[in-house]
Design a protein around this ligand. Structure first.
Ligand SMILES: Cc1cc2nc3c(=O)[nH]c(=O)nc-3n(C[C@H](O)[C@H](O)[C@H](O)COP(=O)(O)OP(=O)(O)OC[C@H]3O[C@@H](n4cnc5c(N)ncnc54)[C@H](O)[C@@H]3O)c2cc1C
Length: 461
């Protein structure tokens, strides 16, 4: 009989806790090799000047891999890193390992990943997939997926009625793993993207920093007790949970976070704030399952609604966006923040996307790709799901969701704290000055004029 080697191919599940892949490997018992493949094309720049891995995002991913590497090393488990085409790497490994391969990896979210998994199966590899990014499993979702709710509310109400869904299995005892001992031929060291911007991440990638952050946010600072009230802010400490980068790379499991919130509620009581953080995690869940159901349609301009929408290819507008020089301080502040830190608040993301789609009138998918390059919490389902929603071709029941930028600025950054942080050139100006500039009514000398203005707004005295 041929010997079997298990290969655990980690993708967006860079952790040890709540990990079905490790659990399955322990259960099976054959020797295990743990690998990560950085897809080569993520490093290439496309015709629009974009790559898949901007610098802040690359920083976070790299730190997450290093943290995992160290944790595995402590348990004498080799972690083998590659870059190249995932299917090429896996088939090369199969040849190197000779014998039967049992490949364990996370279920596909995006169609691109589905293609890799389909291609791997062609090579006579025993492929076993598991869920690692969602609260629920495919089996738990089966009936809902056959008739997927068109709105988030319907989805939420259905799953909230089923508490048995919110179950967290025991973590695998990795000490019981049987490790493949022979060294594997890994790729030459990866040339990670450098940066033309000074990157200043507010957080460290990796499972252990993620667990620490969650514990501090929930238990030490008890910031969860004001979540609903502050979550729409544009800046400030602990205004939202900032869990998204760890969730995106799978350094934290959504089930682990969910259960920490439940534990907090058991100690201090459920409030609208603790509930709302779980509510937002369900939004993420909704987009993830929507992507499984709708696949490629989510990347079409007409979206899942198959609605014909117009978009221009105005290169002046596009360049202004790319250079963070739209002349609208609220937008340019967000663009600068995103390039430097890989993060922007949800409220600002909504306004930025609305401006991109409704004022610059560019194709929403270009904006989604731009976010994909820079966001260190890039999550294919949440990003494309939210952009499509704002473009009116996704799950939004409303036909158009256009934000009144000046009204939003007045409501969410009345002290100009966010704008001043990222656009110091308007340090001396008042909120009304900025509102007038953005509307093109009275231009600031210190800021370029808007490429496209937004509706005027007067502060009532
Ligand atoms: C145009 C646009 C693009 C976006 N792209 C992404 C993306 O690539 N990756 C990503 O994780 N989120 C994305 N979001 C959703 C949201 O902006 C971020 O999840 C949130 O800002 C992350 O900060 P936080 O962890 O402090 O969120 P919190 O407010 O603390 O929320 C907790 C968690 O709930 C989930 N969540 C909250 N809001 C949403 C939402 N609207 N959609 C899906 N999940 C949500 C996230 O996992 C988040 O970490 C996008 C939103 C917009 C409008």
């Amino acid at each position: 009989m041929q010997k079997t080697t298990q290969v655990l191919w980690l993708r967006n599940d860079l952790r040890l806790h709540d990990h079905e892949g490790f659990r399955l490997a322990v259960e099976h018992g054959a020797p295990l090799a743990v690998i990560y493949i950085l897809p080569e094309h993520w490093l290439n720049t496309d015709d629009d000047g974009m790559s898949r891995l901007g610098s802040a995002k690359a920083h976070f991913l790299r730190a997450s891999l290093i943290d995992l590497h160290r944790q595995l090393e402590d348990q004498t488990i080799n972690f083998n890193m590659y870059h190249g085409h995932p299917v090429d790497i896996i088939t090369r490994l199969r040849d190197e390992l000779c014998g039967d391969i049992r490949l364990l990896t996370s279920d596909a979210q995006a169609p691109e990943e589905q293609e890799w998994l389909e291609a791997v199966k062609e090579y006579d590899i025993d492929l076993v997939t598991y869920e690692s990014q969602t609260l629920f499993s495919q089996a738990q979702m089966a009936t809902l997926l056959n008739d997927f709710p068109a709105s988030f509310s319907k989805f939420r109400k259905t799953v909230e009625k089923r508490p048995e869904l919110f179950y967290i299995p025991e973590s695998a005892e990795t000490t019981r793993l049987h490790i493949h001992e022979q060294p594997l031929r890994t790729s030459a060291s990866i040339s990670w993207p450098g940066s033309e911007y000074a990157v200043s991440l507010g957080c460290h990638g990796g499972e252990r920093p993620g667990i620490e952050w969650l514990s501090r946010y929930v238990w030490d600072d008890k910031a969860i007790t004001h979540y609903k009230e502050t979550r729409n802010a544009l800046t400030g400490e602990n205004f939202s949970s900032r869990l998204s980068p760890w969730l995106a790379w799978g350094c934290l499991s959504p089930r682990y976070i969910w259960h920490e919130i439940l534990k907090f509620e058991a100690s201090y009581g459920e409030t609208e704030h603790t509930y709302w953080l779980r509510f937002e995690l369900l939004w993420r869940e909704y987009f993830h399952w929507s992507m499984r159901v709708h696949g490629d349609r989510l990347f079409a301009r007409s979206g899942i609604q198959r609605k014909k929408i117009e978009a221009s290819d105005n290169s002046v507008h596009w360049q202004a966006w790319c250079n963070a020089s739209t002349g609208v301080p609220m937008i340019d502040a967000g663009l600068r923040e995103l390039r430097h830190t890989g993060f922007v608040s949800n409220r600002l993301r909504q306004n930025m996307a609305s401006y991109f789609i409704h004022q610059l009138k560019l194709d929403w998918r270009l904006g989604a790709r731009w976010f994909e390059m820079y966001l260190c919490d890039f999550d294919v389902a949440s990003n494309y799901g939210n952009w499509a929603y704002l473009a009116g071709v996704g799950h939004d029941p409303r036909p158009v969701r256009e934000f009144n930028l000046n009204k939003q600025l007045h409501q969410y950054d009345p002290e100009l704290s966010h704008i001043r942080r990222w656009c110091p050139e308007i340090e001396e100006n008042s909120l009304q000055d900025v509102l007038d500039h953005q509307a093109g009514r009275k231009l600031l000398a210190s800021f370029p004029p808007p490429v496209v203005t937004v509706p005027a707004f007067d502060i009532k005295s």
